[in-house]
Design a protein around this ligand. Structure first.
Ligand SMILES: C[S@@+](CC[C@H](N)C(=O)[O-])C[C@H]1O[C@@H](n2cnc3c(N)ncnc32)[C@H](O)[C@@H]1O
Length: 259
């Protein structure tokens, strides 16, 4: 039995109109017959459909009957948000569609095509995996957290207990040294969510994303967007080069076996 989530999503990539793989198909492909992977597939598709609906009507708020009719034609009678929610949550695109999409994702933290699960890397804990293909250059998610000064970030790092993971991302913008503090498992703005950016593991050689600083219209603070550096296939782990090496921090990195 293959329980590897990456293998599952590359065998059964999530699409808007696809059907979740039923037990017979899962078992034939060597996966467990239990519902765990099936439920993850459905959750990923629901997110994808939600995003499609939230960005489909770009000019004006759709009428309820318009959305209902689209849902009927698409055959999305289940595994989809209700038409009422699409109408209620619609916002006008004030900027370019792409930036508008990104703004939605950052605000609502509802990035699609990703799942958090155990990493295949030795001792890495959790990681983020793609549940569908991404093209090079596409936005994967953001590194979400509190924007604070780099000196405050360094103080937090110094106060970490031995072996405690660090979820602080340092960056420079407009000549300011800042960082994102994502140390808390749940941010204050989305207390029920575990956001993706902070759980991306490191690879200096096989990274497939990088971080870029963006100033999104409508947000006071800069955003750290994570973009694909190459095409990414469903099932791959999302990996970023943390930019630290074993010789970093005056040699302290030598104590980090995963570097
Ligand atoms: C920002 S966290 C990444 C998410 C983390 N895996 C988790 O479960 O919370 C950074 C920590 O993940 C682990 N990590 C990251 N990349 C790794 C890798 N390539 N191999 C092993 N562990 C890794 C290290 O423990 C590191 O301190």
């Amino acid at each position: 039995e293959v329980t590897d989530i990456g293998a599952f999503f590359s065998t059964f990539p999530v699409t808007l109109d696809g059907e979740p793989p039923l037990k017979k198909k899962r078992v034939e492909a060597g996966f467990p017959g239990s519902r765990g992977l099936f439920d993850k597939w459905r959750a990923a598709q629901q997110k994808l459909r939600r995003h499609h609906l939230m960005t489909k009507w770009s000019k004006q708020r759709p009428r309820l009957d318009q959305v209902q009719s689209f849902l009927r034609r698409s055959g999305w009678s289940t595994n989809c948000i209700p038409a009422e929610e699409v109408v209620r949550r619609w916002v006008p695109p004030s900027t370019g569609q792409e930036e508008q999409d990104v703004l939605h994702y950052v605000r609502d933290q509802n990035w699609t095509g990703l799942i958090i699960t155990e990493s295949q890397k030795d001792g890495a804990g959790r990681g983020v995996f793609a549940t569908r293909d991404f093209n090079q250059g596409s936005h994967i998610c953001d590194y979400h957290g509190r924007v604070i000064s780099a000196s405050e970030g360094r103080r937090i790092m110094e106060s970490l207990k031995e072996g405690e993971g660090s979820y602080i991302f340092f960056f420079k913008t407009a000549n300011k040294d800042l960082c994102i503090d994502a140390q808390a498992e749940h941010c204050q703005c989305h207390p029920q969510l575990t956001t993706f950016g902070r759980l991306i593991n490191h690879s200096a050689k096989n990274f497939n994303v990088k971080c870029v600083v963006a100033k999104l219209a409508g947000l006071a603070e800069p955003t750290l967007l994570i973009k694909a550096t190459r095409d990414i296939c469903a099932g791959e782990e999302i990996l970023i080069d943390y930019g630290v090496r074993r010789r970093s921090f005056g040699g302290e990195g030598m104590d980090l076996p995963w570097l």
